[in-house]
Design a protein. Structure first.
Length: 447
């Protein structure tokens, strides 16, 4: 996931959350007796979920390198008697649980990859792993909670496998690689091979699937609370590359050169007006951030060019296209005003908006409220991105957040996803597993 939830905006919504009422279960969906049996099965596997999470946390693997994690998952699913496919879309794993009764097909998804982050949590099972990332050795850490996602889905798989005879349909368990981004750089033509959710889809992971559910754990929501919203939930993202071409020279006589550093600085400031003055953010929010600038080799040498890398986040396709055009025009015009040239490129990776369909959201809420004891809340839109959105392009999908700040930490002050200090409360793993399993059972039982 690309960060992140605003703890303050979540806090503002907490009053409404605590006042939410438990909705009645569907007449033919998950009921209280079904939840009781599911709860017992999930609680029985709770200690295992903690063990799995700590093992995976201590041995994190970068996007596209999730070999050990995939093997752990596949062995577990095989022991549960499932049909298991490995190497799906790279290192992905798909386990298929066929119930004892005929019915529909639903999927549950967890992502497996870690990040190039040096862990500073001080946990006894903290990562000391290193790996190769784009040609460099880097430290690796589960700084986004994917270790917890895997553990919770493994737990949900074991709980549902024990109820196989009563299941009216099929559950597919998707353990996905490379959610955090492309495991390789673009080729000479600016293309990146399919990865993550898209690669799993192309490999047939969603064949016959009629709905898919997924969650993301966060330390920046109240503990044991689920956050969701219908419609756009998480932003679509586009990578931005801007090359500023000038003319090099001596730093003592800039009039004899065309300084791309100054032009790049003006472009960075000018791009802020795209959101603040050019896009109608009363309709949908948008974010433009330049996160990296590279140029020059010495303090007194004006370089020939400067490269800037950034990100665009939007919640509407029309606004996205408008923003792309305005970013290009703004950069080119500002650079031209000083005699430089700007070349603007978007991609090669773009994530769609993560959008929960209204019909599936409404149909899922009774079971979600039942499983959570009413502890659900509508949250603001999240400017982070998720490639769960690729699944939603193929079949209806519902995505939500689970609050799990570490014990003793206020959720408004807990380190966020992608922080070197990120951690979560392991006591919430049964809550996450129960919610996933409940949504799957409810979908299968609904007409």
């Amino acid at each position: 996931m690309r960060p992140a939830l605003s703890a303050l905006s979540i806090a503002a919504s907490l009053v409404a959350a605590t006042a939410s009422l438990t909705l009645p279960a569907h007449a033919q969906g998950l009921d209280a007796e079904g939840l009781k049996a599911l709860d017992a099965a999930v609680n029985a596997v709770a200690p295992k979920m903690v063990q799995w999470r700590r093992d995976i946390h201590q041995h994190p693997e970068l996007s596209g390198q999730e070999v050990r994690t995939a093997r752990l998952v596949a062995e577990h699913l095989k022991k549960l008697g499932m049909d298991v496919q490995t190497g799906v879309g790279g290192t992905g794993v798909v386990g298929t649980l066929r119930g004892g009764l005929p019915g529909k097909v639903v999927a549950l998804r967890a992502d497996m990859d870690a990040l190039p982050v040096q862990e500073n949590t001080g946990l006894p099972f903290a990562s000391k792993a290193k790996a190769n990332y784009l040609g460099k050795e880097v430290p690796v850490m589960h700084a986004c909670g994917h270790d917890a996602h895997v553990a919770m889905l493994m737990g949900a798989a074991e709980a549902l496998a024990g109820m196989k005879a009563q299941l009216p349909g099929t559950v597919k368990f998707l353990f996905q690689p490379a959610e955090e981004g492309a495991p390789v750089e673009a080729d000479a033509n600016g293309k990146v091979p399919s990865f993550g959710a898209k690669a799993m889809i192309e490999a047939g992971a969603l064949k016959d699937v009629q709905a898919i559910y997924g969650l993301h754990i966060t330390a920046n929501m109240p503990s044991g609370v689920v956050g969701y919203r219908s419609g756009p939930l998480m932003a679509g993202s586009d990578n931005i590359t801007i090359q500023i071409e000038g003319r090099g020279g001596h730093g003592s006589s800039p009039w004899s050169a065309i300084d791309p550093v100054v032009a790049a600085s003006q472009v960075v400031l000018g791009l802020q007006t795209v959101v603040s003055r050019q896009l109608n953010i009363s309709q949908e929010p948008a974010v433009i951030t330049i996160g990296q600038i590279q140029g020059g080799t010495r303090y007194n040498i004006i370089p020939d060019n400067v490269e800037m890398l950034g990100t665009l986040r939007t919640f509407d396709e029309g606004m996205r296209q408008d923003a792309i055009q305005r970013i290009t025009t703004t950069a080119e015009s500002i650079a031209a005003s000083s005699g430089a040239k700007a070349r603007v490129r978007f991609g090669p990776v773009a994530y769609p908006v993560t959008t929960n369909p209204a019909a599936l959201t409404q149909a899922s809420l009774p079971a979600l409220n039942l499983a959570m004891g009413g502890k659900t809340m509508v949250i603001p839109k999240v400017s982070g991105s998720e490639d769960f959105s690729e699944f939603q392009k193929v079949t209806p999908g519902f995505f939500y957040f689970l609050g799990a700040p570490p014990k003793g930490k206020e959720f408004t002050k807990a380190p966020p996803n992608h922080s070197a200090l990120f951690d979560v409360d392991e006591d919430q793993f049964p809550v996450g597993a129960r919610s996933l399993a409940a949504l799957a059972v409810d979908f299968l039982k609904r007409p």
